[in-house]
Design a protein around this ligand. Sequence first.
Ligand SMILES: [Zn+2]
Length: 79
Amino acid sequence: MCCCNANKQASQATVQDPVCGMNVDPVNSSGSANYDGKTYLFCSAGCKRRFDADPMQYLASASAGTSVCCSPNQAIGAL
Ligand SMILES: [Zn+2]
């Protein structure tokens, strides 16, 4: 139904660094943080430090900027 399904499959190997937007290979990540039940990986210790200082700043901008095909309202309604 939604193109997000294809995106999930394609991005299984890497996760996005919420701070700088880079794709990070979980095997080669330089740091990780748990926030709100999710694990976030970072390309460098510097990105992790910035995330730790203010997680909401990066999570808010990520959810607002990366959703091209699914509107936030739809996602909330589905849950
Ligand atoms: Zn980074």
